[in-house]
Design a protein around this ligand. Structure first.
Ligand code: NDP
Ligand code: OXD
Length: 310
């Protein structure tokens, strides 16, 4: 049995190949290189692989994704239609997403950004108290990531709602389901936090028409994918003041181009796609466990439903 690891990480050998080889002593684990001959590998462990990899390795039985989102994988033309794709489920990422959301929300609602600005000016000036009812939060996508985000913010007593296809939300979070309930969800939301997967149904979901339906002085937090947000529409709504600010981790083009207006915009905070990192120990443990189940023909979770795209 042979595993090929394909990632964009510079230290993939140490980060993924060596720990996987240690955890799976009976399996050959190798780092894939463009210039190596075809390996006829059985298993792929990937993050952002090039299309060429799937064009060349035609004997694969399964591909494990080293992340939660599989949009980058599913768009590859050479990815075989029947190849089972298994994604990471949580693996230590959900708590990081929740942390990121708390950071973004409290900077705006508790005015921590304003205090940083005041410090720079040497100003000692307590600002008015926070009324949580003035900061209703709406979480787009209440899967593994969105559930943790919604639960964490609800535990801080913000009014929180979640929007998904099924309407499944954790206790204490208001539920909205499907496109028909999207307008009502947006109309009660001031802080919109995106944790959706990128699919044909969710692409561009945050655009002028939807963002305009948010409460005034809205705030946007995007941790899903860059293609969920129409960036020019956000910039236009920041200019009108309908949106007061945004914290963005993901972008239509990554790395964000040097000339992009987000870099210098006062209302925008950016991070380089790090809201949640794939943690080595948790990821290797999960991939190893799922691999053993796959080999033994046992049921396993995290299998992508190709027709719905997540
Ligand atoms: P899940 O599959 O567990 O959850 C997806 C959620 O989105 C579900 O609630 C699902 O609804 C909902 N959803 C999907 N399509 C639609 C739709 N058309 N309309 C309404 N709701 C929809 O995924 P995860 O929570 O594990 O991950 C979500 C995404 O977070 C990833 O795909 C990735 O893009 C992003 N991510 C970003 C990271 C970062 O560092 N920035 C790190 C990790 C993940 P239902 O429950 O009804 O199926
Ligand atoms: C993921 C990511 O999808 O890191 O896991 O974006």
């Amino acid at each position: 049995m042979k595993i090929l690891v394909v990632t964009t990480s510079v230290d993939a050998q140490q980060q993924w190949v060596e720990p996987l080889a240690k955890a799976l002593p009976d399996v050959e684990v190798m780092l894939w290189h463009r210039d190596m001959p075809v390996q006829n590998a059985d298993i792929a462990v990937v993050w952002s692989p090039p299309d060429e990899f799937f064009a060349r390795e035609r004997k694969l039985r399964v591909a494990f994704n080293l992340g939660a989102g599989v949009d980058g994988l599913l768009k590859l033309p050479s990815l075989p239609a029947e190849l089972p794709i298994i994604r990471l489920e949580d693996a230590g990422m959900a708590v990081q997403m929740a942390e990121y959301a708390v950071w973004a929300v409290t900077r705006a609602s508790r005015q921590f950004d304003d205090y940083v600005a005041q410090q720079r000016e040497g100003i000692w000036h307590p600002l008015p108290e926070l009324r949580r009812t003035q900061w209703p939060i709406g979480v787009l996508g209440t899967g593994i990531m969105g559930t943790k985000v919604a639960q964490t913010l609800a535990a801080l007593d913000y009014p929180v709602a979640g929007w998904s296809r099924s309407g499944k939300v954790p206790a204490g979070v208001e539920s909205f389901a499907g496109l028909e309930q999207l307008p009502a969800f947006l109309a009660r939301t001031r802080v919109l936090i995106n944790t959706l997967p990128l699919t044909p149904d969710t692409r561009d979901i945050m655009r002028r028409e939807t963002l305009q339906q948010l409460l005034p002085q809205a705030y946007i937090v995007n941790m899903g994918r860059g293609d969920h947000l129409v960036e020019d529409d956000l910039l236009a709504l920041l200019d009108t003041g309908h949106v007061q600010g945004a914290t963005l981790d993901v972008f239509r083009q990554e790395p964000l181009p040097a000339e992009h207006p987000f870099w210098a915009h006062r209302g925008v905070t950016i991070t380089p796609h790090v809201a949640a990192l794939s943690l080595q120990q948790e990821t290797v443990a999960q991939v190893t466990d799922k691999l053993a189940r796959f080999i033994n023909g046992e049921p396993l979770t995290g299998v992508i439903a190709r027709e719905r795209g997540y």
